[in-house]
Design a protein around this ligand. Structure first.
Ligand code: FES
Ligand SMILES: [Fe+2]
Length: 376
């Protein structure tokens, strides 16, 4: 983070701490329980927020090497990211032109990707390099390329569109509004730690809601997160994205020190939320991406938790922080989302979003608007 932003955020956090307050909305808000249970609502969200909108899916560092690849499943669409020997990033539907099998799984480096079914081999630009018993096929190799998807890579975040018909400009500009905030972190140089995936019995929005308010820190995370972080938040929005900052307990020590002596590292945790709701958690050692997307039905979601570390941070320490965050998320947060899904389904009662949950209000409004007025 640049020094001016860091000082401003620290000032605001200290002021909130002093005033025993958190940034807040003007009014309480309500959200209908149906937005977490209705099949029709869920299908419209799936289309407008995921299939029709650019999707942040990975960190650049996950395929940093020349000739590297990363195979993903995004809304059950097989997606293949490749970086060629010159560093150019591309995205494809990971489906072989012969019969649709994935031409790569997991991640790694390879000069060509060979489909495991009948051995067709592809180059990292998606073109067919060769196939066994070529003489038995009359379709030209040039017509057997992988289907390309629009993809962009800015600020160390890879954004892909799930339909070839979406314009390249749409993915190129997806992060523009929050780019100024992301640029200073240099995520492009961050190194990969690990990817984890969870299948969760809760609507995707209930999973996202876990990372948009600190109201729950003390009751739910009494023995974990609340030991090191305070709930007094500072929130900002940038177009269709947001930033949520909350302080380390140690920030209180800065209150009596001149600003010139404040440390170079921000004494808090930051969560950027990138449209349509992908979390980018930034701390002293690295960053994590939490991506929740609709699963098979309204009450299910697929969650990916990806970690990267700062180039100067120890791999061991960064992995410990990543694992700690993942364990808290899996053992404390996700079970609560699943329990809420059951409760909402049983009562059908509206949810309440307090004045102290301003980002929940912002995002639920945005998600609602997207299905009323779809735009890419
Ligand atoms: S499906 Fe890939 S080679 Fe047959
Ligand atoms: Fe939490």
């Amino acid at each position: 983070m640049d020094p001016v932003s860091r000082t401003n955020l620290t000032r605001r956090l200290l002021q909130n701490l002093k005033d025993k307050r958190t940034d807040h909305a003007r009014d309480e808000a309500q959200v209908s329980a149906a937005v977490f249970t209705s099949l029709e609502h869920w299908q419209r969200e799936r289309q407008a927020l995921f299939l029709d909108a650019p999707q942040p899916v990975a960190f650049s560092g996950e395929l940093a090497e020349p000739s590297s690849y990363l195979a993903l499943s995004v809304l059950d669409i097989p997606v293949l990211l490749t970086r060629d020997e010159h560093g150019t990033l591309r995205a494809f539907i990971n489906a072989c032109a012969h019969r649709g099998a994935p031409v790569a799984t997991g991640q790694g480096t390879a000069r060509s990707l060979v489909c495991p079914f009948h051995g067709w081999a592809y180059q990292s630009d998606g073109s067919l390099r060769g196939r066994p018993e070529d003489e038995y096929f009359s379709t030209e190799a040039i017509d057997c390329a992988l289907t390309a998807l629009p993809v962009s890579e800015h600020y160390g975040v890879i954004v892909v569109a799930l339909q070839p018909s979406i314009s390249q400009d749409t993915v190129d500009t997806a992060l523009d509004d929050i780019g100024g905030q992301l640029a200073a972190f240099g995520f492009a140089d961050y190194l990969p730690i690990e990817r984890r995936q969870f299948d969760v019995a809760a609507n995707w929005k209930l999973v996202n809601d876990l990372s948009l308010e600190s109201y729950h820190f003390t009751p739910l995370h009494r023995d974990s997160v609340a030991q090191v972080l305070l709930a007094n938040a500072v929130v900002d929005t940038f177009g269709r994205h947001s930033r949520w900052a909350f302080p380390l307990r140690s920030i209180a020590n800065l209150a009596d020190r001149p600003e010139a002596e404040w440390p170079e590292q921000f004494q808090g945790s930051l969560t950027f939320t990138l449209y349509p709701g992908v979390m980018l958690l930034v701390n002293l050692l690295g960053a994590q991406m939490i991506r929740a997307e609709p699963g098979k039905q309204p009450s299910e979601s697929r969650v990916t938790y990806v970690g990267v570390r700062g180039p100067d941070c120890s791999a061991r320490d960064a992995h410990t922080a990543y694992a700690f965050g993942g364990d808290v998320f899996a053992q404390e947060d996700l079970p609560m989302a699943e329990a809420c899904q059951q409760g909402l389904t049983a009562t059908g009662q509206d949810l309440l979003l307090g004045r102290n949950e301003p980002l929940l209000q912002f995002w639920h409004q945005l998600w609602q608007e997207a299905i009323q007025f779809p735009r890419s």
